[in-house]
Design a protein around this ligand. Sequence first.
Ligand code: GLN
Length: 462
Amino acid sequence: MKDKILNATLLELMQMVKNNEVTKKEIFKTYLENIQEKDKEIGAYISVEENIQDGIPIAIKDNINVVGTKTTCASKILENYESPYNAVLVDKLIDAGFAVNGKVNLDEFAFGSSTEYSAIKQTSNPHNLNHVPGGSSGGSAASVAANLAPCAIGTDTGGSVRQPANYCGVVGLKPSYGTISRYGIVSFGSSLDQAGIITKNVEDAAYLLNVISGDGIKDTTSLKKEELPDFTAKLNDGIKGIKVAVIDQFLQEEMQEEVRQAIDKTISIFKENGTVDRVNVGFGKEAISVYHILSSAEASSNLSRIDGIRYGKRIEGDTLEDLYVKTRTEGFGRESKRRIMLGTYVLSAGYYDAYYKKALKVRQLIIKEINKIFEEYDVILMPVTIKTAPKKGYVEANQEETFYSDLYTCLANITGICSISVPVSKDNNNMPIGIQLLCNRYEDDKLLQISNAIFKKFNKDI
Ligand code: GLN
């Protein structure tokens, strides 16, 4: 029974509960025992719910508030911060019969691509412990990949759900901006942030999106539940007649051979069922500049409240300024400081026009180009990353490459469209490879339809 529970998908677990084969408490206990046994080597959890709960377990990234837990953002400055209320998405999970089985690791404040920038602990990729799980939602992806939770929630500002899901061989969904309430999630870049879902297959992701989507009140940039479709409705509608766009410039990059093969194989599946065209856009790496300028600007503003007075650990000083300086210098890690400084710089009076305002304009141009593609095509296909999960230490030693590796994922955040990473194969070292699919804003139901078909073609025995 233990293996059956740990290997089941979310929907299978729910079916087992319905059939009275197992109770939710038994499921929760089985996962708890697996965490106790395995998480010493994986390092996914910052805190674990040790009391057996009557709910389907779910892992929550530690930048999302859950009453009764700390929300550390994997930072020393918030290491004792008690969640004052539940995020809207957490309330919805609890109402639907889920129970949080722990808070999982991330790069500090979600700044990063490997979870190595966590100030609390290191997380390993369950497929090979010498490799990183990706980031920033590395704990979320590793927890699902290692069967420590059947599903997890992360956040995605520039790729932080899809990239770690891709590295860990699980499904990662970033819905359209405004689908899931941001209320109760510690903000990084408010115009880019969305919570995302990590599961073992696409059907589970669609089910969970139905559960956690909708708000419109506490987060006014989100939609009301009534405005959203049933995300499971089209799941089995297939890919007959689907029109697919592949962005030419995005395939010119140095790509790991096996990743290219995965893209080619996906293209041939789409071609058997519909049409695939190569299209051109007028931008490439500019998207990365836009992403880093805007996300850092918004982050520097959002994190200004963490100053030892309003939020966070306080280190006393002789004057108020001294207190701020000591608190923030000691409390924030190097990457957080880098983002805060970059953001402050691009928003400063002398550079606002040259960087921040210009990035806003380029963002609009990118949105226009992407809209144009969706006038003709249903879906865009591209890699999630051009390589599989790197070894530990690689990111720190290759910062510029890491910076550019967000190119494929940040596009969905800049434009607010929906995107999913789907595991399709493995490379010669047995590390997972995924592909990325993107649909227009508020076409998440269509995205789930298409990605479910692709997932099933590649993962026939699941
Ligand atoms: N890797 C990206 C960054 O470092 C994405 C982070 C995210 O989506 N939270 O900013």
